[in-house]
Design a protein around this ligand. Structure first.
Ligand SMILES: C[S@@+](CC[C@H](N)C(=O)[O-])C[C@H]1O[C@@H](n2cnc3c(N)ncnc32)[C@H](O)[C@@H]1O
Length: 207
């Protein structure tokens, strides 16, 4: 799993199936395993260039849904009419810019990855900063009951973030898909069923 040979075959398969990148098979596996995407859903995809996750998500949600991609780089694929794209830095993107496209999202995906420097702790810190920004954005744009899936390079602070995800979602966990390179430190953080943003006030009084 995740060997060089497997990676080459994922690459060839993506080309044959018309996907812009082999990373589509990581999303496909997690979607099949956790049932993330359905017809009619609104999906935000952060760090979407070249566009394979957007292509896949657009197919899953269909014409009754919406996919919105965000990346600092231009998109490399054509989107169907229910696809939108914002060219932006996720560290500066505001919830208002996202909510101008749709009032709330069912799923927030992020495959965003900083440009790696080779200095491990610097790359891990940059990845964690992006994950934190994506998590904050997700909490602001997801509907209650919505889902969150985001990549991070595993390092200091990630366990704490998983803990925070567990606090805000009914289920929170880390997952390493088979299509992820074995040598890569990346993992995906999953949050299922966002709890209501506001604490429930008990209006019942005894007696
Ligand atoms: C691994 S690629 C995503 C691949 C994509 N999921 C696909 O399947 O085609 C990571 C992306 O994160 C983007 N990225 C890096 N830093 C970013 C930032 N600060 N804001 C937005 N996008 C960023 C990069 O431009 C790159 O396209």
């Amino acid at each position: 799993m995740g060997s060089r040979k497997d990676q080459d075959s994922y690459y060839r398969r993506a080309k044959q199936e018309g996907f812009a990148a082999r990373s589509v098979y990581k999303l496909q596996e997690m979607d099949q395993r956790y049932g993330l995407l359905r017809q009619g859903m609104r999906v935000l995809d952060i760090g979407c260039h070249p566009g394979s996750w957007l292509q896949y998500a657009a197919g899953r949600v269909g014409p009754g849904g919406l996919v919105l991609g965000v990346d600092i780089q231009e998109l490399a694929v054509d989107l169907p009419r229910w696809g939108r794209f914002i060219q932006a830095d996720v560290l500066k993107l505001t919830p208002a810019e996202v909510l101008a496209v749709a009032p709330a999202f069912d799923v927030v995906l992020s495959d965003v990855a900083p440009r790696t420097t080779g200095v491990r702790h610097a790359d891990e810190a940059a990845s964690l900063a992006m994950l934190e920004a994506v998590f904050d954005l997700a909490l602001a744009v997801l509907r209650p009951g919505g889902s969150f899936l985001a990549k991070v390079y595993f390092g200091p602070g990630v366990d704490q973030l998983i803990h925070q995800v567990k606090g805000r979602f009914k289920l929170g966990k880390g997952h390493k898909p088979a299509a992820s390179k074995a040598a890569s430190k990346e993992i995906y953080i999953l949050g299922r069923e966002l709890k209501n943003a506001l604490p429930q006030v008990d209006t019942q009084t005894e007696g």
